[in-house]
Design a protein around this ligand. Structure first.
Ligand SMILES: [Fe+2]
Length: 382
């Protein structure tokens, strides 16, 4: 692990956010305050069917703000979807974006914003700080507790030609305000609750052991781990309990503040590669990889993993490693499959490893991994 000091220079970027019951209803007021007259309301068909797009639309109408709905957004949003959203944004003469949904609509909305203001193809922004013109104002209303796209300075877009995910990291992608309301979370199906919750846990663990962690991000990472570990199983039992849902949303917020500033590691590098190639749910990919990456990384950041182990366990056996505690946790949530069971082919491992090796998240992994070592971690998850 790279030696670092708490005196190392670090910056901390976060958007303004409002959290609590009823935050969604503030969408119209904030859109109007940002000077929005015609909004592109970015969402997806599932969120629309659950009624949350309509609720945000009502709030916009009450505030005197017109809007056009764009819901051609899939899981793992595609570059073509971003570019067709940009066309709608321009043809409808929009001057602001409101995103309501999970990570996919929010990442797509971020992409539409920078593609419109820069008049460029979304794939040309790949990398860090490569957005010259700021995006139009963006209001985010998350309906899941996991992606943290509502607070992060990143967006993941799938390049469908090359079947890979690109990461765009820029302060231009930080929303102008996020409205964190627990109520939309109550309509999440069980599997989505689990997958997004495991994404939160992965964000928090990776940020805590990251080479770019700092005292500011550590506080948020540990609190996220504590909250998601206690609240997620309970929220699955009581999906309509707003207090439990809010705890998972707070966990996601803390994890987002941590990873947006400390970056991530091998779990995400490998999950991006899997998600791009197989179009699997991002959180599920993380859930299937997390314990195997912890086992591979442990020696490089043992003090930090031991601190996480104090929260997650396993509690019964003092000598059992954290990786076992994480495996037990995912199993209690019903995640019991392997990579093979979700359709990943063993002969794809070299290409997957190569893609993960090139992912920017790998830079902050506490252990420097070779392509072959990444391949072996995939093998363990089979
Ligand atoms: Fe993630």
């Amino acid at each position: 692990m790279i030696q670092k000091s708490q005196l190392d220079l670090r910056k901390f970027v976060a958007p303004e956010f409002v959290c609590g019951h009823g935050a969604l209803q503030l969408a119209g007021r904030y859109a109007r305050n940002f000077g929005m007259k015609q909004v592109l309301l970015v969402t997806d068909p599932g969120v629309r069917a659950a009624g949350w797009t309509g609720a945000v639309g009502e709030s916009l109408t009450e505030a005197g703000v017109s809007f056009t709905i764009f819901d051609s957004v899939s899981v793992n949003p595609r570059s073509r979807q971003v570019m067709s959203g940009k066309e709608v944004y321009l043809s409808e003469e929009c001057n602001g974006i409101v995103a309501v949904g999970g990570g996919s609509p929010m990442d797509c909305a971020k992409g539409i914003g920078i593609a419109s203001s820069n008049m460029r193809d979304i794939l040309t922004f790949e990398g860090v700080d490569r957005v010259p013109v700021p995006a139009p104002p963006l209001v985010c209303i998350p309906t899941t507790a996991g992606s943290s796209a509502d607070v992060s300075q990143s967006a993941l877009i799938t390049d469908e030609e090359r079947k890979r995910k690109i990461a765009i990291i820029s302060k231009a992608l930080v929303p102008d305000i996020s409205l964190l309301d627990p109520e939309p979370l109550t309509t999440m199906p069980r599997k989505l609750t689990v997958d997004t919750g495991m994404d939160t846990l992965s964000h928090a663990i990776e940020a805590y052991v990251s080479n770019a962690s700092s005292p500011m991000t550590d506080v948020h990472a540990l609190e996220a781990i504590r909250l998601i570990h206690s609240a997620l199983p309970a929220a699955l039992e009581e999906p309509d309990d707003l207090n439990l849902r809010f705890s998972t949303l707070l966990a996601s917020l803390h994890a987002g503040l941590a990873f947006s500033n400390a970056s991530l590691g091998a779990v995400h590098a490998m999950a991006h590669s899997l998600g791009g190639a197989y179009d699997l749910a991002h959180g599920r990919c993380n859930a299937l990889l997390l314990e195997h990456v912890i086992a591979a990384n442990y020696e490089a950041a043992s003090d930090r993993y031991d601190r996480i182990r104090e929260i997650i366990g396993p509690a019964q056996d003092e000598r059992a490693p954290l990786a076992e505690g994480v495996a037990a946790f995912r199993k209690t949530l019903g995640v019991t499959e392997t990579l093979a069971a979700v359709g990943v082919r063993a002969d794809a491992i070299p290409a997957l490893a190569e893609q993960a090796y090139a992912d920017s998240c790998l830079v902050t992994n506490p252990r420097s991994l070779t392509c072959e070592e990444i391949g072996r971690i995939y093998e363990h998850a089979f």
